[in-house]
Design a protein around this ligand. Structure first.
Ligand SMILES: Nc1ncnc2c1ncn2[C@@H]1O[C@H](COP(=O)(O)OP(=O)(O)OP(=O)(O)O)[C@@H](O)[C@H]1O
Ligand SMILES: [Mg+2]
Length: 251
């Protein structure tokens, strides 16, 4: 059975008599250990899909199973507990708490689950080492570079040993060289620690570092290896969307 099983997911928003349908029946399987990238034009529903998968939002229709649990049927309080145990979230702007040290920021998710203090300290130390920041543990976010802050964000996302890590444009705010380091780190965590990852990105190169590439277009999800770029363009044309592979990549 796949680790993540999404079926016929629909999410709509109503605004001033108008209905937007970022997700119009999306189905997806993710296997344990997959590293999946998710692309799509701005407003195509990438963050919407991530938030549904992370149990932050709930769909209008459809089901999401994660490790056999149907998360769309959990109560609010059970969903909050489930999220703390099973989901690591990496944000574009890392969302670190400025008045806590790097170490304390990484500790935060563990305060939401039942765990002894010794085990908590052990886990935080290991996560700091995994992102190669053990020597910066006592630094506050403002004392770190953008790339280091993002590495703290990554340590925080993996510290609770989540079932799934979702990342929403994790390199969106970083320069090319730092992006490369972060992508390398995510790839290494996926391969060496077997962390299953779904990463939203606007960058073709970042997407290509993942083992599988998905694109959201016109409310539908397309698995887009090179051979299916034409299919993405066809759907984009039908959906009346401007972005095609040609406009994305003029070379
Ligand atoms: N809470 C909300 N209320 C109303 N509309 C929303 C809400 N959240 C998202 N939307 C709309 O749903 C669509 C999809 O938004 P989403 O944030 O998922 O796009 P995205 O693919 O992540 O875009 P970007 O690349 O700019 O981050 C957009 O048209 C957005 O305006
Ligand atoms: Mg988004």
């Amino acid at each position: 059975m796949p680790l993540v099983e999404i079926r016929d997911l629909v999410r709509q928003y109503h605004k001033g008599g108008e209905t937007i349908t970022p997700l119009g029946g999306v189905s997806l399987d993710i296997q344990a250990g997959d590293f999946v990238s998710l692309m799509g034009a701005s407003g195509s529903g990438k963050s919407t899909l991530l938030n549904l998968l992370a149990g932050i939002d709930s769909p209008d229709e459809g089901t999401i199973h994660v490790a056999g649990v149907e998360i769309t049927s959990l109560s609010r309080s059970r969903l909050a507990r489930w999220r703390a145990e099973h989901i690591g979230y990496i944000f574009q702007d890392h969302n670190l708490v400025p008045v806590l040290t790097a170490w304390e920021n990484v500790e935060l998710p563990l305060l939401l689950v039942k765990m002894s203090r010794t085990e908590r300290q052990r886990r935080v130390d290991i996560a700091m080492q995994a992102v190669d920041l053990a020597d910066r543990a006592g630094h506050f976010p403002r004392q770190l570079s953008g790339g280091q802050e993002q590495r703290v964000g990554i340590a925080r996302a993996i510290v609770a040993h989540p079932t799934l890590v979702v990342a929403d444009e994790p390199t969106g705010d970083l320069d090319a060289e730092t992006s490369e380091q972060i992508l390398g780190l995510l790839g290494r965590l996926n391969r060496e620690l077997d962390i299953t990852m779904l990463m939203v990105t606007h960058d073709d190169h970042a997407a290509a570092t993942a083992g599988r590439q998905l694109t959201l277009v016109g409310g539908k999800l397309i698995e887009s290896g090179r051979e299916t770029v034409a299919a993405v363009d066809a759907v984009a044309a039908v959906a009346g969307m401007g972005e095609t592979s040609a406009s994305r990549d003029p070379s």
